[in-house]
Design a protein. Structure first.
Length: 194
């Protein structure tokens, strides 16, 4: 049976061949001493720290594409014309000059400007209740509004949205007036040339 000598009685043989008691192992340093898990402090369980949130990786800048030149919005000199589908004056690079200074009109307006509006529309073939004699007080009514819409559709004319926002959808503002007057002048000029 092997000799079961307690560790405290084990001796070492030194370099001179003499027996010396084995040195007792020094106590472990605090850094080497076993530590309780961090999740247990003074008997209370603390959840482990949350993993770091994933870092959002910024999107790579888009590769420079071939410079695409913006298509110029050019209005033809013959504006307005029937079937027009190009840019409107307020968005064109070469807007026509406003030559008119009429009042803005919308439903319920009355007076000489409404009479002039109805006359211009009638000259272009868009009859109104005023031109037909059904509206003797020259009120901008549904009949006038429908004629204005028909003209705008036929000639591809729109009023500046900022004018419409300030008024109503059936407002005849500077660009519809300008288109009406120009269209009538063109029609008169074409009649004189014929």
């Amino acid at each position: 049976m092997p000799d079961e000598t307690p560790a405290s009685e084990i001796t070492e043989v030194n370099a001179a061949g003499q027996e010396a008691p084995a040195a007792a192992a020094p106590p472990p340093s605090p850094a080497e001493a076993p530590q309780p898990p961090e999740s247990v402090v003074a008997g209370a369980a603390i959840p482990p720290p949350a993993p770091p949130a994933p870092q959002e990786i910024p999107a790579a800048p888009a590769a420079p594409s071939a410079a695409v030149a913006a298509v110029p919005k050019v209005m033809p000199p013959e504006w307005p014309c029937t079937g027009y589908a190009g840019p409107q004056p307020w968005e064109a690079d070469n807007p026509p000059t406003l030559t008119q200074n009429h009042l803005m009109l919308s439903s319920g307006s009355a007076g000489p400007e409404v009479v002039e509006l109805a006359a211009l529309l009638a000259h272009l073939g868009f009859g109104t209740t005023i031109s037909s004699g059904q509206n003797p007080h020259a009120i901008y009514d549904t009949g006038v509004s429908e004629a204005v819409r028909a003209f705008c559709t036929a000639y591809g004319v729109q009023e500046d949205p900022s004018v419409r926002q300030a008024r109503t959808e059936d407002t005849v503002g500077p660009w519809i007036w300008e288109a009406l007057v120009r269209a009538v002048h063109k029609k008169l000029a074409a009649g004189q040339e014929a």
